[in-house]
Design a protein around this ligand. Structure first.
Ligand code: AHR
Ligand code: AHR
Ligand code: AHR
Length: 481
């Protein structure tokens, strides 16, 4: 059985079921998600390998070979047509044209399920999906349940990495107009025990960890690599539950009455569905989504416990984030451009500016050092890498406003993440391309001989699709100095 078969048996059927990793009904063999590739802007759909099975990641890999791919649609498996697509602007605008949010890279969140590769939805700040015309979702004070499987190590404190019920207008229409799972370490509203991250409920104008609008010490920090997050609500009753999605059982962090703050009892749910954003399209948050559902009716704890057992049995596990030429931590490397204009140029820096410069073995030592980088374990993710300046130890290549800079490590989580890159086989067939860990649609690129973290066809001049594959492909050699 799949999770939605279990919810059905419990009398609280799924009215929306989303996953890029697997079928959530044992009989489901339709489309899980759609990807669009950068080379020709065409799309394809990815289905399970077999009914009820894991997504056919090999079909994605083949469609997206030698180009970039974005996740354009996350299909609803319930039959209600509650698909999630690129979120429109609302109270806040996204970074794409016309205020839309960014779409997720199709390769930012590789995992295995029972040993078979699949891809999750890696949400960077600015990325979001939504359906403002969902059918069958709870409205008003009606009962609903939901769960999501998330990456417990990918989060931040900004508003709001959510999955669940939100406003149909993409605007904040008041307390009680949302009921969504939140995951992260925001301290702007409620908090739990320790320093987070926490599972909370986004009920609009507040992330709630329990009865109080402030702290619930019983809402424990949870940071296993894979997290099962549960929120459910009915008339004057709601609950937060959570677990390690790879082992063990659900704990209940809150179960009881609605908050006494005005507007949350009764609730005024509107029934749109959001992923990765707040109800008003707040787009500051990050996180990774693998699967999730919304139900009609208030699921029993027993039903959710059987769903958790099903998730554990799916055996989510990590897999490599890199491909292509292997890098050795501690070694010195150079990166030569492969665009026809520029094949004598190397990734270098002048002060904090990252650029390309013509360098040879007879160049001045200063220049040779400017074009040499020490490979370090990724500051933000040890499965990827960071690149330390040879002439300025302690300073690393990082992006800031998507411009590459050489900055001193300031010890912040933001710096660590901005300075972490995951090499993959070069998009133009030469060398390697260096994918930003926290913005996996973006790669080291030279543009007018300056370094950027660029996406393929994004809104910035340096995101130009022309020459993208060549500009992001670099031949790795031993460092000059
Ligand atoms: O409730 C927290 C956030 O507040 C909501 O997600 C958003 O709509 C509002 O800004
Ligand atoms: O480069 C994009 C973002 O710009 C970085 O993540 C952040 O540090 C800065 O605001
Ligand atoms: O960085 C040199 C060139 O500048 C890039 O190849 C091109 O995309 C841009 O015009």
């Amino acid at each position: 059985a799949g999770p939605c078969d279990l919810y059905s048996s419990g009398g609280t059927p799924c009215i929306a079921a989303h996953s890029t990793t697997r079928a959530l009904y044992s009989a489901f063999s339709g489309s899980l998600y759609q990807v669009k590739r950068g080379s020709d802007n065409t799309t394809t759909t990815i289905a399970p390998l077999s009914a009820g099975g894991v997504a056919n990641a090999a079909a994605q890999d083949s469609f997206c070979a030698s180009t970039t791919c974005l996740i354009t649609i996350i299909y609803d498996q319930s039959g209600n047509g509650n698909h999630l697509t690129q979120a429109p602007p609302g109270g806040f605008s996204g970074p794409e044209s016309n205020g839309y949010d960014n779409l997720a890279s199709a390769v930012g969140a590789p995992v295995t399920l029972n040993g078979q590769k699949a891809y999750g939805v890696f949400i960077s700040p600015g990325t979001g999906y939504r359906n403002n015309a969902a059918v069958g979702t709870a409205t008003g004070d009606a009962a609903e349940g939901m769960y999501a499987v998330l990456d417990g190590t990918h989060y931040n404190g900004a508003c709001c990495f959510d999955y669940g019920n939100a406003e149909t207008s993409s605007h904040d229409t008041g307390n009680g107009h949302m009921e969504a799972i939140y995951f992260g370490d925001s301290t702007s509203w409620g908090t739990g025990a320790g320093s987070g991250p926490w599972i909370m409920a986004d009920l609009e104008n507040g992330l709630f960890s329990g009865l109080s609008a402030a702290n619930n010490a019983a809402d424990l920090s949870i940071s296993s690599r894979f997290v099962t997050a549960v929120v459910k609500g009915e008339a004057n009753q709601w609950a937060i539950r959570g677990a390690n999605a790879a082992s063990g059982s659900l704990s209940t962090y809150y179960s009881g009455a609605r908050p006494s703050v005005s507007g949350y009892n009764p609730m005024s749910k509107e029934g749109a569905i959001i992923l990765g954003i707040g109800g008003d399209n707040s787009v500051g948050a990050q996180g990774t989504f693998y699967e999730g559902v919304m139900t009609s009716g208030y699921p029993s704890d027993a039903t959710e416990n059987s769903v958790q057992a099903n998730i554990v049995a799916a055996k989510y596990a990590t897999t490599s984030l890199t491909s292509g030429t292997a890098l050795t931590v501690g070694s010195s490397i150079s990166l030569r451009a492969t665009t026809a204009c520029c094949t004598t140029r190397y990734l270098a820096h002048t002060g904090t500016t990252v650029n390309t410069q013509v360098v040879t073995s007879s160049s001045a030592t200063t220049l040779q050092q400017q074009a040499s980088w020490t490979v370090r374990t990724g500051l933000g993710n040890s499965a990827c890498f960071s690149f330390e300046s040879t002439d300025t130890p302690g300073s690393y290549i990082r992006h800031y406003n998507f411009v590459l800079l050489v900055n001193a490590n300031d010890g912040t989580e933001q710096f660590y993440e901005d300075a972490t890159f995951c090499p993959q086989a070069g998009l133009n067939g030469q060398g390697s391309s260096f994918r930003s860990w926290n913005y996996p649609t973006r790669y080291f690129r030279h543009y007018a001989n300056v370094g950027y973290a660029a996406s393929n066809g994004g809104v910035h001049v340096f995101d130009a699709a022309t020459s993208f594959n060549d500009d992001v492909s670099w031949v790795i050699s031993t460092g000059f100095a």
